[in-house]
Design a protein around this ligand. Sequence first.
Ligand SMILES: [Zn+2]
Length: 50
Amino acid sequence: MINEEKNKNEIVDSICEECKNEEESVKQNLILTGYKVCNSCKISKTIFPI
Ligand SMILES: [Zn+2]
């Protein structure tokens, strides 16, 4: 049960808020930039900041 919830949280942490795709880069970008986005959406956000 505990492991199941941990896995679920890890999957949620890896989902891009922009395109909803699961990407390993999302976690890294969340730490580095504070945005929960994948690399391709990070480029979009950099060009068109909201
Ligand atoms: Zn994305």
